[in-house]
Design a protein around this ligand. Structure first.
Ligand SMILES: [Zn+2]
Ligand SMILES: [Zn+2]
Length: 273
């Protein structure tokens, strides 16, 4: 298999992971990856459980930064990034954060929609799945209109993981039904040189395809989108690089020819073999 980078993973610095960063490195090396980037959660104002995802910035960058230095080799690179939970009222704080700290890579993700996380069942109470999807995508668009200082948009259809659980069937975002808002999101990404993330964490949630779905990836490609990053969104070592072996063929089949890897917030193209 081609040597790929896993550019989305969590460790004990995230409120929902106990993973030892050294075990994540060992797992990635064992799986023959070219490298990894740590991207622990920072979701300020996480309304469901305040401070659960407040990242200990004081220790995060120094600790992982020195670990990255000591464990990186010529064949295996380690970066330190972040997964930022975007919310409209946090734009100024996020701008300040990403311009003053030396992250290698910044993922922007939508985990909060009107102070609720679609991860929880109560998000779907009193409305249809269709309305929930619309609200999620519109919230994504509003955030991207306000804030561009991210390198990739994390798991665009994150909500389908949980909407599928709640409804008991595989929910997908239909590109015809949600055409307008999807077009607006993809145009904003393309115009601002923000990548779209392919997140294989979906397989861990029992979905048959990554986030975003193949249909969404094809729609992005058709609009001219070419910049993709890849991550498994692992919270434990066994999920590092989950199902990566499926990804090159899946992407090439759509028309993509490369993935983007980041260091010091600069992207480098990695050709798909
Ligand atoms: Zn996320
Ligand atoms: Zn994540």
């Amino acid at each position: 298999m081609q040597k790929l980078y896993d550019m989305h993973m969590h460790t004990r610095f995230s409120g929902d992971s106990e993973a030892n960063p050294k075990d994540m490195i060992a797992a990635a090396k064992e799986r023959g990856l070219a490298g990894l980037i740590f991207t622990d959660h920072l979701d300020w104002d996480y309304w469901h459980e305040p401070h659960l995802f407040d990242l200990d910035l004081q220790h995060y960058l120094p600790y992982l930064g020195s670990l990255a230095k000591s464990e990186s080799t010529e064949e295996f690179s380690i970066g330190v990034g972040i997964e930022l939970g975007l919310q409209e009222h946090l734009v100024d704080r996020h701008k300040e954060l990403v311009t003053t700290r030396p992250f290698d890579f910044v993922i922007g993700s939508i985990h909060q929609v009107n102070k609720m996380d679609p991860y929880y069942d109560d998000f779907y109470e009193g409305r249809t799945i269709e309305d929930s999807l619309t609200e999620y995508l519109e919230c994504t668009l509003r955030n991207l209109e306000l804030f561009h200082d991210i390198d990739t948009l994390g798991h665009l259809d994150y909500i389908v993981r949980y909407a599928s659980r709640v409804s008991g069937e595989h929910i997908t975002i239909d590109t015809k039904k949600y055409k307008e808002v999807l077009e607006a999101i993809f145009h904003l990404l393309i115009k601002n040189n923000i990548c779209l993330e392919v997140n294989t964490g979906a397989f861990r949630h029992g979905l048959p395809e990554p986030n975003p779905s193949e249909e969404l990836l094809q729609f992005y490609y058709n609009l001219g989108g070419r910049l993709l990053t890849l991550g498994a969104d692992a919270h434990t070592p066994e999920h590092v690089a989950l199902e990566f072996e499926r990804i090159p063929a899946l992407l090439k089949n759509i028309g993509f020819t490369s993935l983007i890897h980041f260091a010091h917030r600069r992207g480098t193209e990695i050709a798909l073999e």
